[in-house]
Write a protein that binds this ligand. Structure first.
Ligand code: NAP
Length: 268
């Protein structure tokens, strides 16, 4: 592997997206950059200029060595090895997917995945205090820990075998609340609260739940009828749920019962 600088990590980038550009910008001045690879030459040139790297496209002649940050989409990751045939020397391959494990890359790439648990909506995101889930080869993990530290983040280490479960947990916490928000919104709209105010109510409620979870154990963070053991209220609201959602949306009351069951597990 390249030893371009004894003290600074030497980093290449493959695929200029929101996560890879944001990470690279946070690393600027703290690491050295090599090749900045994109399908779009202009994009590669722009980022390479900022980072003092070498812009390349897939058609150019180049050889990647050192650390390579793969910022491509999850659907592209399985094919990127083919795309880079004969353009890779001795690398440590880092990707950011929550879904794929490091095993998506060959062992000889000393692979590691470092998944930021946050929503990266632009190319200038700061990872300060963001918790990364990391897993992979020994060499890769060593590098991932250094990168996380350099961008001001934190990490939890998981096993490669548990990556799919790890991602499921993130989906439950970050996507399922959207489904619940949809259900609340339908009720608010039905009773005449405008969309903007309805979203405001939902986001305020969710924000306070989120704050409570960060401060207290779930048992202490929970509020509402199940926490208060107001079982009559729980039963009556079950009937309301059944009536409202079955009629218009075909959603079964089992959903309500399942959530109550889970909440009881927290309380009891
Ligand atoms: N955004 C988030 O909130 C978030 C959070 C956690 C983890 N992640 C993970 O981070 C990784 C990157 O996500 P992102 O949000 O940064 O994606 P993105 O902004 O959509 O960028 C993905 C990049 O992949 C490259 N690409 C797309 N199609 C390609 C193709 N057919 N062939 C080769 N390259 C292609 C493109 O780079 P070029 O145009 O330069 O070739 C594109 O800019 C994913 O694994 C994702 O799961 C994202």
């Amino acid at each position: 592997m390249s030893t371009k600088s004894p003290s600074k990590l030497f980093i290449n980038i493959v695929g200029i997206g929101k996560v890879s550009s944001s990470i690279a910008r946070q690393l600027k001045g703290k690491t050295k950059f090599g090749h900045i690879l994109s399908r779009d030459r202009a994009k590669a040139e722009q980022l390479a200029k900022e980072l003092d790297g070498i812009p390349v496209t897939y058609d150019d002649d180049f050889l990647l060595d050192g650390i390579v940050l793969f910022g491509v989409n999850d659907s592209v990751l399985p094919y990127i090895q083919q795309k880079l045939e004969r353009k890779v020397n001795n690398i440590i391959a880092v990707h950011f997917s929550g879904f794929h494990s490091s095993a998506i890359f060959p062992e000889e790439w000393s692979p590691v995945s470092m998944h930021p648990n946050c929503s990266v909506a632009d190319e200038y995101y700061s990872f300060k205090d963001v918790l990364f889930g990391i897993e992979g080869s020994e060499k890769g993990l060593e590098i991932a820990k250094k990168i996380v530290k350099l961008v001001g983040g934190k990490y939890v280490t998981i096993s490669t075998h548990d990556k799919a479960l790890y991602h499921l947990a993130a989906v439950i916490s970050s996507n399922f609340p959207m489904a619940l928000a949809y259900l609340s919104l339908k009720i608010y709209e039905d009773i005449g609260i405008d969309n903007e105010n309805a979203r405001k109510i939902i986001s305020t409620l969710m924000e306070s739940v989120s704050k409570n979870i960060s401060k207290y154990d779930l048992k202490d963070a929970l509020t509402g009828p199940v926490k208060r053991k107001d079982w009559k209220v729980v039963e009556e609201e079950g009937k309301v749920f059944k009536e409202f959602f079955k009629e218009k949306y075909g959603i079964n009351e089992d959903l309500y019962q399942q959530f109550v069951k889970i909440l009881r597990k927290i309380v009891l």
